[in-house]
Ligand binder design. Structure first.
Ligand SMILES: C[S@@+](CC[C@H](N)C(=O)[O-])C[C@H]1O[C@@H](n2cnc3c(N)ncnc32)[C@H](O)[C@@H]1O
Length: 433
């Protein structure tokens, strides 16, 4: 398949069918034979989705009348053309020519002239369009209006850095299994394999690659010496601090990144129960743990309804890595800009509150619950924890180590891009009686 046509198919699945970017891309990537074409497809799909709100605005200025519903494919094709002209290093004549040629594969040869004219007009009118863009904050920042307003209110001094980070490709980060070797040694092994990398600023296991690369090029990957994981996510296991003999619950565990790290950090736990509501995602925990040679008890169940799956034995420590808006990981999953709606937030908050209340009953007196999200919205984080502390009388909030993120009245917030980390929130709660 031609790369632009493949990209259009991925975009259709995301925009018209509501699929997530990774799944849509995984389905179509194997249809391209050349590694170079696969890399270009990935670049184009991520780029168009990352800049979608801005490209959409520009297209609105360029079209004299909206396209018909049955020509939604042409609209996406035009966005792809605009992306290449505005953000890629592809020579303009090739970008326009290749994009126009896709009309043929769509059996819409009649649209050749229109696609060509819109893209050429963009080139001619770019300076005026840029002035218009400056006056439209959601388009300029390529963020939906509701989210931009939310970020401006929640982070008045940081929102510009946040949107910039969200529009920048995230680095590929690794977690070194320190039971099998030191981080410094692994960085030397990477160098010997021709891969430049440096130690992460926080935690003791994170390595940041200068350039992303396929996992099978990473030394020791198949043997479980490393896992791919953002550095902010690597803070969870040390913060929960599992001890020998502990019974631990990882309540929203799939695909098991933090489960594995907890077990690497403390192999002498009595049991680690990895729970997830999604049985297919739970299967991915099995695959990940098997590569890393680790074991956990896997359960399918709803964290907010322990009566359906809990055996009645209390836990020493619980990790609640709750489902959330994922507004802290937009740089890795730019399709969140399209899929997340303002109305999702109250429903997510209600789920998180129900999970906190339900899981609290499963914790031993003196036990610790670590609440985590990859959100940067206060209502899912600080306000959520404050709401919980007001609802129960046997919970104490314990401050986290300083040195990273922004200390809140409850918990600590990392914003996207800070020290090369994803946006993440952690709060540590101890049961007093
Ligand atoms: C942020 S992801 C967890 C990532 C995981 N902790 C890791 O580090 O790899 C949230 C997970 O919560 C699961 N989930 C959503 N609602 C749930 C519920 N009611 N009970 C249990 N798991 C749930 C989702 O299926 C998803 O796998």
């Amino acid at each position: 398949m031609n790369v632009r046509l493949a990209c259009l198919r991925v975009l259709q699945q995301i925009v018209q069918q509501g699929q997530n970017l990774d799944n849509a891309l995984d389905g179509i990537l194997p249809q391209l034979d050349q590694v170079r074409d696969q890399a270009l497809l990935q670049h184009l799909c991520y780029g168009v989705i990352r800049w979608y709100p801005q490209l959409d605005f520009l297209l609105g200025q360029l079209l004299h009348k909206p396209l018909k519903k049955k020509d939604a494919d042409l609209r996406l094709l035009l966005l792809l053309g605009l992306y290449q002209l505005r953000f890629s290093r592809i020579p303009a004549h090739a970008a326009v020519g290749e994009t126009v040629a896709v009309t043929q594969s769509l059996n819409k040869a009649w649209a050749r002239g229109m696609v060509n004219a819109v893209l050429r007009n963009y080139q001619r009118q770019q300076a005026e369009l840029d002035i218009k863009l400056e006056q439209d904050a959601p388009a300029r920042t390529a963020h939906p209006a509701w989210l931009l307003t939310h970020l401006q209110q929640a982070w008045p001094d940081q929102w510009e850095a946040i949107v910039e980070a969200n529009n920048t490709q995230a680095p590929m980060s690794l977690r070194v299994n320190r039971r099998l070797g030191t981080r410094d040694d692994y960085i030397k092994r990477l160098a010997a394999a021709g891969l430049e990398a440096r130690a992460a600023a926080h935690g003791d296991s994170g390595v940041i690659l200068a350039e992303p690369c396929p996992v099978d090029r990473l030394p020791g990957f198949a043997e479980g010496q490393i896992a791919v994981q953002d550095v902010a996510a690597q803070l969870a296991a040390p913060l929960l601090d599992p001890q020998p003999g502990d019974r631990i619950l990882d309540a929203c565990a799939a695909p098991g990144g933090k489960t594995a790290h907890l077990l690497e950090q403390q192999p002498a736990v009595q049991e680690l129960v990895a729970l997830d509501i999604d049985s297919r995602r739970l299967e991915r925990i099995a695959q990940n743990l098997s590569r890393l040679n680790l074991q956990a008890t896997r359960l399918v169940g709803d964290a907010a309804r322990p009566d359906d799956w809990w055996d009645g034995q209390l836990f020493d420590r619980i990790l609640l890595d709750a489902p959330c808006s994922a507004t802290g990981v937009i740089r890795r999953h730019p399709d969140i800009k399209l899929h997340r709606r303002q109305r999702d937030i109250p429903a997510l908050c209600a789920t998180q509150h129900a999970m906190l209340l339900a899981l609290w009953n499963l914790l031993k007196p003196g036990g610790t619950l670590l609440y985590a999200t990859c959100s940067i919205l206060p209502e899912e984080n600080r306000q959520q924890v404050e709401h919980f502390l007001a609802a129960v009388d046997n919970a104490r909030h314990v401050a986290l180590p300083t040195g990273w993120g922004h200390a809140q009245s409850a918990g600590q917030q990392i914003l996207p891009g800070e020290d090369d980390m994803d946006g993440f929130y952690y709060a540590r709660l101890v049961k007093t009686s």
